[in-house]
Design a protein around this ligand. Structure first.
Ligand code: FE2
Length: 219
């Protein structure tokens, strides 16, 4: 992913005038220094009104890369939520945005992440691994945003995704899924892992419009 490719991507995202931009991990394949490619294109954009936030994915932990990827994202204006929450307010209403450490690396800590969160206000979870959706449901998150799967990256006719790297299986590879009162969205993402190919699985960024009226407490 070159700076030019990322710049074109961010052009498309910012053309939507997002209120909030979130990113759900695996910024690099193996080497944390690769995240340098996104600093300049991202820093060149205006901050969305509610900010830019991210969680790290399993690949960001390779080569002890967390600190470096976190630093590079921070220098581009995006704050990594590592087992913590922020309250976002607009027009007198508020939501909580919670981000957790990566499940595969065993560094997910919901107790720490939810410390100080007002349970009466809607919560959105950023978690790289879709496998955490059961926790999201049990903890009353209205929405969970994930990545990790690349949508399978290679999707074969009749056979479906060539790679399913989630515990819950094929339904949890891409798109919007309802799990009780929690909606889980799994992004196919914009990059690739391993071979730099995608077949019948286009890259994506997702525009989501948040409305009230759903959730465990009837939000
Ligand atoms: Fe991943």
């Amino acid at each position: 992913m070159t700076e030019a490719v990322l710049s074109r991507l961010f052009d498309q995202v910012w053309a939507e005038s997002p209120d909030l931009v979130v990113m759900t991990g695996d910024f690099v394949d193996y080497h944390p220094s690769a995240a340098r490619q996104l600093v300049r294109p991202l820093r060149a954009r205006p901050q969305p009104p509610l900010g830019m936030f991210a969680v790290l994915g399993n690949h960001d932990y390779h080569h002890n890369g967390c600190a470096e990827v976190t630093r590079l994202l921070g220098s581009a204006g995006a704050r990594v939520l590592n087992n913590e929450s922020v309250r976002l307010e607009r027009g007198g209403d508020a939501i909580w945005l919670t981000g957790v450490g990566d499940h595969l690396y065993g560094v997910t800590d919901f107790d720490a992440a939810l410390r100080g969160v007002n349970g009466a206000e809607p919560k959105i979870l950023l978690a790289h691994q879709p496998d955490l959706v059961g926790h999201a449901r049990d903890l009353g998150f209205a929405l969970m945003l994930s990545g990790h799967t690349h949508g399978g990256q290679v999707v074969l006719p009749l056979l479906g995704p060539a790679q399913v790297n989630v515990a819950h299986g094929r339904p949890f590879v891409a798109g919007m899924i309802e799990v009780a009162w929690t909606r889980l969205h799994i992004s196919r993402g914009v990059g690739m892992a391993g071979l730099p190919i995608r077949i019948s699985c286009p890259s994506e960024f997702t525009i989501l419009t948040l409305r009230g009226g759903r959730g465990k407490e009837g939000r």
